[in-house]
Design a protein around this ligand. Structure first.
Ligand code: FES
Length: 597
């Protein structure tokens, strides 16, 4: 088995033309599967009728109504998770990707069977897509384990879809290959390039500040997302794609292929072929998602200057395998990992530039001395085996170690009396001049309060204050929205203020930027210290000391705590399950009942 795995790993290792080779090896591998005595293909997971032979007889009878020949029904089965949806623009290409995956499976001698799961599109969901990430994970895990399949290809792309699929794969622990839809292309428009969604936020901030007209903002609305695919910057979707490749759950070199590039379809075909290899020589997510691979993924997240959301998702994925990501360890890794990738929201490039610059193989090469070389991927190759010095790297987008964007990682965890279990600051997207600050808090009790008062000309606020939003964490009906990028109060924005310290128990988009402290844990709705803060309190931020402190006397906090009441529970349904089960940000916001060992 090990020899066959080693053979399989050679299909992708050191070879950019991974498609043809993976198909060849997949065909070589089929006999091993057929020789196995264990139930395979449609004979797996017989329904419980109390008579297994009858259950399979019934299944075969109904399967024949689909129109497949007996020879096809006897083949090993690759399930394909279909997240195509008319609501999900980022997944517009899923139908053609699934056709390509099927091509790869069929050519390798398997039977591809696609099935739908929950599809999550970031801007299309109320209250947030995050509120439904665990529902998608639960749905996907259930279908991966309940239906008969020998391996699966997970087709996703938008922010929460890939994390949900990897959480499901980690728990179901059947051989899986992650395929992403890929990033959209940037658009040239009147002398500049635009793409979702850093440019959306940049232009909206200028519109709020009165520097862009209503006519202009409407014109730009139609130029921000002009092709299929996920957001074109190093936002959450792109970060998760790169992190997934570093984790080993995705074929090497495929994270950043643009959605509309023909290579994306070839990658899909190869993913189908690779799934067939995984049937012949099973490699389970539990063998790929290990402490070492998770640390490699964290290194990549930091070197990307990637999305803060990816930390929550990676924590949840690792948590499914009983692996804990400690925030103190994150700080150790961050202090020894340079930011090497120069893309928006912190730099100037887009994902297509990163891909053309060399993509993940080039980045991994730069990080080679910081990685665990024994971690394995879906091809059974180790990181050490995958590392190859690239022929070409565009240093505008992937820096050399000697000339990093920043000598330390993009994220830093803060602890202190305001966040006993931690909070996150994306220092690579923040204003260094604000890193050592003591200031007055201007507090908003929730999203409605924020919306009602932030632009009120009478709001008592200056650029030296700290804006605080509470009651927007994972336990709240708000669903931990990407509202941590609190808008600069209109009167300050019009006066030219571009950044202020902002603190909350919610998240921010991976495409956002600013001195923004997020994921405060415990959140206000759980009775954390954030619940007790009031306008006028003093807050001290010290990035150097990794501290975020509320400077209020203990007896005063005790008085406020005696008055605090937890929020009312939702009456029923998914909202109720979330309110009863969701974990805090430092545990990945998974449902407690779904975590692993
Ligand atoms: Fe889907 Fe940005 S909205 S990736």
């Amino acid at each position: 088995m090990r020899a066959r795995r080693a053979e399989a790993s050679s299909t992708l290792r050191h070879n950019p033309d991974f498609v043809d080779l993976s198909l060849r090896n997949a065909r070589d591998s089929i006999p091993t599967m057929i020789e196995s005595s264990r139930p395979r293909g449609l004979a797996r997971n017989a329904a419980n009728y109390g008579d297994r032979d009858f259950a399979l007889y019934l299944r075969r009878s109904f399967a024949k109504s689909i129109g497949y020949s007996q020879a096809m029904l006897d083949r090993p089965v690759v399930g394909i998770v279909d997240t195509g949806s008319d609501y999900n623009n980022c997944h517009r290409t899923v139908p053609e990707l699934i056709e390509a995956v099927k091509r790869g499976v069929l050519a390798a001698g398997g039977l591809p069977l696609a099935f739908p799961t929950v599809s999550l599109c970031e801007p299309s969901l109320f209250p947030t897509s995050m509120h439904y990430r665990n529902l998608a994970a639960l749905d996907t895990e259930a279908m991966l384990t309940a239906q008969p399949m020998d391996a699966a290809v997970l087709v996703g792309g938008c922010d929460k879809t890939v994390p949900a699929q990897l959480m499901a794969a980690a728990s179901a622990d059947i051989p899986c290959v992650q395929l992403v839809t890929g990033p959209m292309l940037a658009t040239s428009f009147q002398g500049e390039r635009l793409s979702a969604c850093t440019d959306c936020r940049r232009y909206w901030a200028q519109y709020r500040a009165g520097r862009v007209s209503r006519e202009r903002i409407n014109q730009i609305e139609g130029r921000l997302a002009t092709t299929a695919g996920t957001c074109g910057v190093m936002g959450t979707a792109s970060t998760m794609a790169c992190v997934t490749e570093a984790l080993g759950m995705m074929p090497p070199g495929t994270a950043s292929i643009p959605a509309v590039h023909a290579d994306r379809l070839r990658a899909a075909e190869a993913a189908g072929a690779l799934a067939m290899q995984l049937i012949a020589a099973p490699i389970r997510p539990s063998e790929i998602i290990t402490e070492h691979s998770v640390e490699n993924a964290l290194r990549v997240l930091l070197a990307l200057g990637g999305s803060t959301n990816a930390l929550i998702h990676l924590t949840a994925i690792a948590g499914r395998r009983g692996i804990r990501i400690g925030l103190a360890r994150l700080n150790d890794l961050s202090d020894s990992t340079p930011v090497l990738v120069d893309l928006k929201p912190t730099g100037e490039g887009y994902m297509e530039d990163f891909h053309a610059a060399g993509g993940m193989p080039a980045l991994l090469w730069e990080l080679r001395d910081l990685l665990h070389h024994d971690a394995r991927d879906v091809t059974w190759a180790t990181v050490g085996e995958r590392l190859v010095q690239p022929d070409f790297v565009d240093r505008r987008y992937i820096r050399a170690r000697a000339e990093p964007v920043s000598p330390v990682g993009g994220l830093v965890a803060l602890f202190g009396s305001l966040a006993p279990r931690g909070a996150i600051l994306k220092r690579s997207a923040a204003t260094a001049g604000l890193f050592e600050t003591e200031a007055r808090a201007v507090v908003f009790d929730g999203l409605e309060d924020l919306a009602a008062r932030i632009d009120d000309p009478a709001l008592d606020v200056t650029e030296r204050d700290v804006l605080v939003l509470k009651n927007a964490g994972p336990l709240t009906p708000a669903g931990m929205p990407e509202a941590g990028y609190l808008p600069i109060p209109a009167k300050l924005a019009r006066a030219g203020v571009k950044d202020m310290i902002r603190i909350s128990d919610c998240r921010m988009s991976g495409t956002a930027f600013g001195t923004i402290v997020l994921h405060v844990a415990p959140e206000a709705a759980a009775g954390g210290p954030l619940a007790l803060i009031e306008t006028g309190d003093r807050i001290r931020l010290s990035v150097a000391d990794r501290r975020i402190d509320l400077l209020v006397a203990e007896d005063e906090l005790a008085r406020r705590r005696s008055r605090w009441r937890p929020p009312a529970q939702p009456a029923r349904g998914w909202d109720r399950i979330v309110a009863e089960q969701v974990l805090q940000a430092d545990e990945g916001c998974d449902l407690a009942v779904l975590r692993g060992g």
